[in-house]
Ligand binder design. Sequence first.
Ligand code: 5GP
Ligand code: ZN
Length: 110
Amino acid sequence: MTDCIFCKIANKEIPSNLVYENESIAAFNDINPCAPVHILVIPKKHVESLNELEDKNLMAELLSGVKEVTKKLGIKDYRTVINTGKGAGQEVFHIHLHIISGRPLNWPPG
Ligand code: 5GP
Ligand code: ZN
């Protein structure tokens, strides 16, 4: 999608700090990290949110991406978050999984 910031990152039209990528997904540092580790995992294909994600292979690719990234960074304790919809805090409407780590994380979240 032409106006989507994460499509532009996936297409390398705008720079990002890439941590991992393969044919179908990319992972890069969040521009406004909420913890020492804050990485976003996205599909290269534009999908607005989890509500629009139908491709089960892509679902598996995204979770596998989380495992690739955490393995690469050597982290075992981390939180994975998907915000779906404005009311849940989604601000970028290209689905992304947050990987958050490196500080104590309270549960339940606020
Ligand atoms: P959401 O609130 O939609 O779940 O999360 C969007 C995330 O994307 C936020 O944590 C925000 O800091 C991050 N973000 C927004 N724009 C950019 C950008 O241009 N580059 C990067 N690397 N992260 C971004
Ligand atoms: Zn997009």
